[in-house]
Design a protein around this ligand. Sequence first.
Ligand SMILES: Nc1ncnc2c1ncn2[C@@H]1O[C@H](COP(=O)(O)OP(=O)(O)O)[C@@H](O)[C@H]1O
Ligand SMILES: [Mg+2]
Length: 244
Amino acid sequence: MENLSFEYNSDFSIENLSFKIEESSIYALTGNNGSGKTTVLRLLVGLLKPKEGKIKIFDEFLTRNRNQLWKLRQQIGFLFQNPDDQLFAPTIREDIGFGARNLGLEESEINDRVEWALDAVNLTQYGNSSPYYLSWGQKKRAALAGLLVMRPKLLILDEPFANLDFKSIYNHLQIFNTLKKEQKMTILFTTHNLFFIENWADKMLVLNDGKVMFEGLPEEGLKNPKVKEVLGSYTELLTLIDKK
Ligand SMILES: Nc1ncnc2c1ncn2[C@@H]1O[C@H](COP(=O)(O)OP(=O)(O)O)[C@@H](O)[C@H]1O
Ligand SMILES: [Mg+2]
């Protein structure tokens, strides 16, 4: 993204946003609730139209014409913050197959990919269940499986670890790491959990009320006094908690 600006019909705006994500790297977008993370993701995939600035994706400028968006969306997997916004089919198996079916693959290839993805996210036994009855973590894994079947080049994950227990996070990280290694997938994710930025991200960008506060290496960003003040920390919370 280069010098991007955008505004909703409200007080919120994104101003002068520039950043670049290297192929096959893990890039973290962070900032407090309402800082604009989801908005940036939606701009990137053409769901929102910028007021100014340029977006280049896989070496092509984003023009948002129908054909281009169609082509791009076949190569980008977008995991929504809320899996209920993503799952819609009567069964998990049908839901996961939807994206692959849209790619126009052979039925046998689709079935192979669906079974592989169900297994990858540990949901084989729920294949014929309705998404409605799954837990949050299971829904999130089902939504992820629906992206994996498309073998995207770029995986965009909006708060992928929020509301997940440690076992599910472990399972997710295992999947992401395998994809990165075997398919050289690029991963862009949002989080306000610094653990993942410190230990997983190659680079980070901090948004504060729609403006870039920091862009660069996590080891530098996490030490930056302004970033620390804006994001807060457990240490700060501990000053309010008295177990005596
Ligand atoms: N469709 C919309 N119309 C108007 N304002 C919106 C819309 N979506 C989000 N916003 C506002 O934009 C700001 C950034 O939202 P968002 O990108 O969802 O932040 P984050 O993902 O960092 O929590 C918030 O103040 C939010 O209320
Ligand atoms: Mg968000």
